[in-house]
Design a binder for this molecule. Structure first.
Ligand code: NAP
Length: 253
């Protein structure tokens, strides 16, 4: 790649929340960005934000847990933007419940979107990274990987993504590809708002209660996570691989 050529980044779940902030941030870093989400039309706001700022982006509708849709999405990205060499596996869902009430389908949905989705996307994109001799993969883990009541499915998926990340780093390092995981704590998005709704709390009260238990005394914003992802996907981060960075306003154990 010449130094003037623009790298192509793919952000899944980019219609809103952390994915949208990440797509906007990577575009500001000079990347052309493919914004993938279940509903292509829902990516419009993110794409418009990027193009209004002079950046380049396309909206792509795909379910990351569906192999054929992933293959078609990556083929479209190659045709419309060029071969992708940056991948942020961010798409995610919650299906919280205590173990004894958790349905098999809620287990499968969460494992399929987070783990199978990240596997399928990475498998489809890595060949372009290998060809380019350069790649950056960032997987979204979570503080819940350490265990969280009501999230047997989600914590298993997020812990699984940490093992997946480390294995990618080991297998793909020799091709100039790094893989890292960002594990957010509480970030104010539709996802945490849905949790507030589920436990019957107003979102402002829910955020205030969460902030009280965080050393920096505030909840995170999507841009806090986008900032960490920008670091890991940067040209200069080629010696940082296989790491899990908790971005949670304080230490976690
Ligand atoms: P969000 O606001 O719920 O956004 C997630 C996006 O992913 C939505 O636009 C959603 O589309 C999309 N999506 C869901 N399933 C998909 C699929 N199968 N294929 C393609 N797109 C799909 O969530 P967020 O809070 O920004 O979270 C982003 C990531 O960070 C997730 O992996 C999450 O687990 C992780 N995380 C978040 C927090 C937090 O506090 N918010 C903390 C730790 C980790 P629909 O709207 O159509 O469902």
């Amino acid at each position: 790649m010449s130094t003037t050529e623009q790298r192509v980044a793919v952000v899944t779940g980019g219609a809103r929340g952390i994915g949208a902030a990440t797509a906007v941030r990577l575009a500001a870093e000079g990347r052309a960005v493919a914004v993938i989400d279940l509903d292509e039309a829902a990516c419009k706001d993110t794409v418009e934000k990027i193009t209004a700022a002079g950046g380049k982006a396309v909206a792509v509708g795909a379910d990351v847990s569906d192999e054929a849709q992933v293959e078609a999405a990556v083929a479209r990205i190659v045709a419309e933007l060029g071969a992708p060499t940056i991948l942020v596996n961010n798409a995610g869902v919650l299906r919280d419940n205590l173990l004894f009430k958790m349905s098999v389908s809620d287990w499968d949905t969460v494992l399929n979107v987070h783990l199978r989705g990240s596997f399928l996307m990475t498998k489809a994109v890595q060949k372009h990274m290998v060809d380019a001799g350069f790649g950056r993969v960032v997987n979204l883990s979570s503080s819940s990987a350490l265990g969280n009541r009501g999230q047997a499915n989600y914590s298993a998926a997020k812990a699984g993504l940490q093992g997946f990340t480390k294995t990618l780093a080991i297998e793909l390092g020799k091709f100039g590809i790094t893989a890292n995981a960002v594990a957010p704590g509480f970030i104010a998005t539709e996802m945490t708002k849905a949790t507030a709704d589920r436990v019957g709390m107003g979102f402002e009260d829910f955020k205030k209660a969460a902030a009280g238990a965080i050393p920096v005394q505030r909840v995170g914003e999507p841009e806090d996570i986008a900032n960490a992802i920008a670091f890991f996907t940067g040209e200069a981060a080629g010696f940082v691989s296989g790491q899990v960075l908790y971005v949670a306003g304080g230490p976690l154990d």
